[in-house]
Design a protein around this ligand. Structure first.
Ligand code: APR
Length: 231
């Protein structure tokens, strides 16, 4: 069985109702990302930023995993240790579909971080600037989300997996944001095959050997069935 690295983006959760960032009426068409997804934006207006993530946390709680999340969990379980699932998404739908060991390179909505002492804890449903850090007591609680200009999490593990990969699959991501946007080229340089599963071809499609296009809830289960039929 091949070693597979899978990278998911907002498109895998779109049919669960969580929306995407850069599609028509995506999040970045409604909010200025500099105001809600940068450390400077948070410093300028912490209440506004907390409210932005409080709304996304509530959205996420009301959402259900879709067939794409479930298919990826099924694949990981069918070939233990052969699949590395990396996501740019901050929702927990992969986990709620049964996936384990998911690498959340952009953090998670249900995580809270102390900007003063780096302590992490499970975020309550509604966070605010007056939440004291449970460890140091400072009023410095922020969402444990990787903002623009910050270093994504667990990059060493991701590059290690890309080095060993036989197949790299990008699912539901526009390939607009680095370092994730560079993973396909990285995997290919290491000799992996690359596959793009997306609603439509992305600007980065030339980095992929092949692409299958359509809604993740049908394209992903079909691809997983095909992979498992060859195991
Ligand atoms: N099925 C499959 N793909 C879909 C679907 C669907 N139902 N709906 C939309 N898509 C695709 C779009 O065609 C697009 O290529 O999902 C992709 C979503 O792209 P973006 O909105 O740019 O989201 P993403 O690639 O995850 O953004 C990456 O940018 O803003 C930052 O941190 C944020 O993690 C995010 C990162």
């Amino acid at each position: 069985m091949k070693r597979i690295v899978i990278l998911t983006g907002a498109g895998v959760s779109a049919e669960s109702g969580l929306g995407t960032f850069r599609d028509k009426d995506g999040l970045w068409t409604k909010y200025d990302l500099n105001e809600v997804a940068t450390p400077e934006g948070f410093a300028r207006n912490p209440v506004f930023v907390h409210d932005f993530y409080n709304a996304r946390r509530a959205n996420c709680r009301g959402a259900e995993p879709n067939a794409a999340h479930r298919a990826l969990a099924r694949l990981s379980a069918a070939v233990p240790g052969q699949v590395t699932l990396v996501t740019q998404n901050v929702d927990d739908l992969h986990e709620r579909a049964g996936a384990v060991g998911v690498i959340h390179m952009h953090g998670m909505l249900d995580g809270a971080l102390c900007a003063s002492c780096d302590h992490r804890w499970r975020a309550q449903a509604v966070m605010s600037p007056v939440d004291a850090c449970p460890a140091c007591g400072m009023l410095a609680a922020r969402p444990d989300i990787v903002w623009f200009g910050e270093m994504p999490y667990r990059m060493d593990e991701i590059y290690e997996a890309l080095l060993m990969a036989d197949l790299f699959v990008a699912i539901g991501t526009s390939g607009n944001v680095y370092p994730a946007a560079g993973f396909a080229a990285e995997a290919r340089a290491n000799g992996a095959e690359t596959l793009e599963l997306n609603l439509e071809p992305t600007e980065g499609r030339r980095a992929f050997d092949a692409g299958r296009y359509g809604p993740a809830s049908s394209v992903v289960p079909a691809w997983v069935d095909e992979v498992l039929s060859r195991v």
